[in-house]
Design a protein around this ligand. Structure first.
Ligand SMILES: [Zn+2]
Length: 150
């Protein structure tokens, strides 16, 4: 285990966006183009991954890196403003942070569990626990600060 801690391996659990099967992948090795163990399609980690009521706990608890979750809804204009900022953030932190998006309308259980009152809300999870939170559309620098404060 000591060797593993020193190595670059950073495992995360994410669901395949095509078949929804949960996959365990090493995001420290994204250049190796991980593929879904079930359908064989690529697992794309340079952009936010979708999380749902069903897989949320497995994703945040299964990540060996911080997870930033964007709680959003399709009708929310500030959420649309945040979307490209989060895409950029995910791309910049590839291999270091797992960026995930949760649609609060389709996944009310998780939204209620974390007391989401305004959207967008970004929460950083570390070791499965909430470590930092920010509500409202914010510039990229504020996401960096949020991550640093977690
Ligand atoms: Zn798949």
């Amino acid at each position: 285990m000591a060797d593993k801690a020193k190595g670059k391996q950073r495992k995360v659990t994410v669901s395949c966006q095509f078949c929804l099967t949960l996959n365990r992948v090493d995001i420290g090795r994204v250049n190796h183009s991980p593929k879904c163990g079930s359908c064989g399609k690529p697992i794309l980690l340079d952009r936010p991954v979708r999380v749902t009521d069903d897989d949320f706990q497995q994703v945040i608890k299964g990540a060996e890196v911080p997870v930033m979750v964007d709680f959003y809804a399709d009708w929310c204009a500030p959420c649309k403003v945040m979307a490209p900022v989060l895409d950029e953030f995910a791309h910049a932190h590839i291999g270091e942070v797992l960026v995930a998006k949760l649609n609060t309308d389709m996944n009310p259980r998780v939204a209620q569990q974390y007391g989401i009152r305004g959207i967008p809300t970004m929460i950083v999870f570390k070791n499965g626990e909430e470590a930092a939170r920010r509500t409202g559309a914010v510039p990229r620098e504020d996401l960096e600060k949020l991550l640093a404060s977690a």
